[in-house]
Design a binder for this molecule. Sequence first.
Ligand code: GDP
Ligand code: MN
Length: 399
Amino acid sequence: MNIHEYQAKQLFAQYGVAAPKGCAARSAAEFDTALATFPEGVIVVKSQIHAGGRGKGTFTNGYQGGVKVAKGKAEARAIAEAMLGNTLVTKQTGPAGRKVQTIYFDTASSIEKEYYLAILLDRATSRPVIVASTEGGMSIEEVAAKTPEKIIKVRVDPAIGLQDYQKRQVAFALGFNGDLLKQFGRLITGLYNLFWEKDCSIVEINPLATTTEGQLIALDAKVGFDDNALFRHPEVAALRDLNEEDPKEIAAHKFDLSYIALDGDIACLVNGAGLAMSTMDIIKHFGGEPANFLDVGGSASREAVTEAFKIILSDPNVRGILVNIFGGIMDCDVIAQGIVAAVRDVGLKLPLVVRLEGNNVANGKKTLAAAAAELPTLISGDSMADAAQKIVERVRLAA
Ligand code: GDP
Ligand code: MN
């Protein structure tokens, strides 16, 4: 789960990670109250969306820049009005962009130099890794591609935590000494504590900046959390912004379905994560492209299966459906009933290949046969390979 920059900066404040003082507003009516908390002077106006690259982004109405520096409150208000309610397209949003529903006003800083600092989970070593660079403000992927020697990584043993020598190691690599070294020590300590205590998957500051007044501050803030640990952080779960999430994934979550939207045109409905992955593989093997990952789990109800069908059909790219069920705990007849109920609801016209195997398969096939009139596009698949080939072929023929 991701959160907005303004929320991330509230967490920074709790953990002693220095950042400019700012204020968020969700409507034009809130702009004046928010701006009243600032002294007259330069103010940074920042679109809040769950995507980076806002500074260089463009609104679909042609307005340039999702992060802008205003000379005073009147200009800040005008910029905020131009941004709010409009759709911002950045390198990370995809062409559809994201609608800006919150504006963050931030105290402006006189930047001396910009750095990059992040803590994330290194899955190869199962440890938190600090990633830092003197090349901040720009895309870290670009730095990694062009000048990888300018990125330093320090791995932390989670059992003993972040050590002082490691803080100095990163600080010296970034060229900090004197008071900046002290400030960096406080900042990285707070950042690591936040990462660890809140079960983050990433905390990223890009840019981390030194100011002409000798301060070290986080100008941007990105924080992501491990969904599997959210149950122990209700205060974090409360920060969820459903406007930023795929409605299909929200619906799936409600019914305990693991759904991830992909770019292809063949939807799949499978029980079990491993089977779901091999189903996607075999679709690709026969030249197709999966439209989603969907695991209905081992004990899905008829209602959940119906919902799963509706979710995959709400994706306009879908041209065919492959149902691949290996009934161990899952009852094949429950899946069959779900298919029939969903098809009745939505009036399915797309090719549908169903491969059922295992627990109660005979009754499952009976249910499908009994509803044959309502399932004119149903084809049964004998094996996984047969089913995958059939759906790839049908989708190709239809196209
Ligand atoms: P991003 O483009 O989505 O990563 O948004 P950022 O929050 O990183 O802002 C983009 C750029 O705006 C930063 O790289 C900075 O150069 C600039 N910026 C952000 N805050 C300030 C500020 O307080 N003062 C000045 N002068 N520039 C800022
Ligand atoms: Mn940034």
